[in-house]
Write a new protein. Sequence first.
Lengths: 578, 303
Amino acid sequence: MNKNMVLIRRIGLVVVLLMAFTSILLVQAQDVPREKTLIIGFEGGPAQAPENAGLNATAANSQGHHQVMIESLWVLNYQTGESVPWLASGPEVWNEDYTSFDIPIREGVEWNDGTPFTAEDVVFSINLFKENPTLIFAGAIASEVAEATVVDPLTARVTLNAPNPRFVYDNFSVRIWGGVRIVPKHIWEGQDPNTFTNFDLAQGWPVWTGPYKLVKASPTEFVFDRNNDWWGAKTGFMPLPAPERVIFVDAGPADRIAAALSNNEVDGQPNLRIDLFAEVVARNPQVIGWTAEPPNAWIDPCPGMLGFNTQVAPWDSAAMRWAISYAIPKQVIADATSGGFGQVSPYNFPDYPALQSWLTENQDLLDQYDSTVFDPDRAKAMFEEQGYTLGGDGIYEKDGVKLSVDVLVKAEEVIVPPIIIAALQDVGIDAVPRSLTTASYYQARDVADFQIETTHVNCGSVTEPFAELNTLHSKWIRPAGERRSNNVWGWSNAEYDGIVDEIAALPANDPKEHELFRRALEIRLQELPILSLSQQKRIVPYSTRYWTNWPTAENGYVHPPNWWQTFIIPLVNIVPAE
Amino acid sequence: MAATTATSTETVEVEPKPQGRISGIIRYWLGNWKLSLGTGMIVVLLGFSVIGSLQTDFKKTRVGSSPFSVPPSAEYPLGTDNVGRDMYALMVHGIHPSLKIGLIAGILGTVIGTVLGLVAGYSGGLVDTVISTFADIVLTIPSLMILVVLASYLRSTTIELTAIIIAVFAWAGPTRLIRSQALSLRERPFVPLAKLSGQGDFEIAIRQILPNLLPYIMAGFVGSVSGAILASVGIQLLGLGPLLTPNLGMVLNSAFTGAALFRGMWWWWGPPAVALIVLFVGLFLISIALDEFANPRLRGEAK
């Protein structure tokens, strides 16, 4: 009996202690009310290294870091086409031949530990990237920058190896997803940037300039609290963002993404399947997409594509590549990936007004070389013109060798690969998928270990053609087995390279660029080293339950991605719902 | 109940006598409701799949072959999924490949397991230690993880290849099962008797011990088949199975990634779930019936 009493008391004590701990935890978690907290989902599953806020390949980025904490020198606004000076005070100032530019730095910018942000930090960062080309966004800095110097505390000068009027636009303005980061010299000096994790919450690290500070990092949740002393508000540059706390949470699979939105557990998600949107809105009418009308989607800058290894027979033949194009039902792929709202893409450009005007002025070429056509009979006829004959097993062959192809695909992709493989089999190709997990997929793709690859995207241009054209320049080609940062397809055309080089030396939208683009486009369409499949429509959903004034097509003050560094603009614009 | 009493005479004979085993099994089969029901469920499922697939165009299993997300109707008896695949076509063309994976992996696992178990159990000593240690190691390895790695290294995955990958781990269970039975059978009086009558070890193992192991082998085989189907569904759920041949795991995977539950599209996740339930319940019934056949004591407890 006595023993039992002791046991009961002990159990009671444990229960009381557990309750006390739980209540402490609850108090900690609830000290910022929900209506003052912004919660956004992040993609890609739990973070592999939450306690790495550095610059190497394993560091966390889209888990809130570069959205709310790391600011860019300029922020490109897709809606206005303008590069908004952020840490910079105005546009860069070029010399005459576009080999050197000055970065004017905004007065009053401070790191979140109170240290002033100066040209010293800019120059230190550029040199850091120059010496460590594998750090994030360091590639172009390492290959193109000759020198960076401090002119005065608010001016940094960068000299390039060769003229490149787009250097700032491409690297410092968040053209797509993120831009080159400026790190605090007083923290990073003396550290090895390849291993430095920049993470010590007790010490106030990571130190960046943004309006929020990281206070908690776990694989599935990153918590950022507002820095009420943010330079942007102090200087009157921007208002202090309204949310007192921002939490980024692992978005999870499609049904979890939809359920969290339906229950207002999150205020925004990076993606929502188009065919789920209506169901979510039926449960929670406060959820909005980019457009008010179906498909409510925003167009991602990276269209879906298929690439050929042009260094491997028979895909080194333009005629064979065109035959494949005719064999593939692009509309089916577009519809299947966009909930029935598919939009085929005649060229590897996203459907943004500024960029599309370059295509519409060359509509005659797009009509002449129309790669959106699906015509399996024509594909077969082209194989026969190339000397292939149909074998008894329904597979084409030439000189006793069957026409076969392994199509490199990501294992997680279950919709597009079967369509492509079936379409190739239908026209008499012995096609099989080579299905690899994402990491292995990129290992194979980046060293050109494939015949045909798909389910990746080739991102490039958003406002003018150069960036996309440049991804197929032959200068990126490396020997087999070596990693390539671009042109994994190994396509090389001397005339095309010359045109791209000429465009590279011109400022964007120079009248001569139009004429050069037309020539480059014609070569690309004739040769078809990569085949554009469909526009990537994605819903970037937001809930107006706690926060309003989200960017939409109607209220289009900026483009909507919440996994990009441009998210700082919605952040300072959203207001509490009440 | 009648079935159990009717077969009780056979079971008494199960232990040592090799004669009359096959006809006994057949009679037991027909007389035991669990066995008949289990077999019936599998046969019906297989029949649905095979007959249905002969009448249904395979192209209807393709993306975009039908309208998107249509509930069941006269034209689409089981509706369509979110990318326009006819669910009925997916089911009739998808069930038998899943069974095929189970059968191939089950047969491979059972044959390898029986041979190794018999050798280990009958010969004992070092051979036994080596085989059983190896089997024990394989049993403790988290096989799904290894299967995922293996599957991701292959250039292209087919139904047969998936089955072979699964069989890599499917033999250890049967090996343990058969070994323990062979160990006990080795000590039975008929073994020394056979030795005295001049039979060699190999002959004794094949002619005396193996026939008595038949019910255990069958039970082990059924267990391997259902284990293999489950493993294949697991691999497919992770997106690493055969991409082009429809199968139950693939349909469940697409229902999962397409948020079928959230959308209330019961016709999308329901049919593969029902098919798997029928499959597993059927195999389970067969398995326990065979177990009872092998162990009369179980039957006694069942009463």
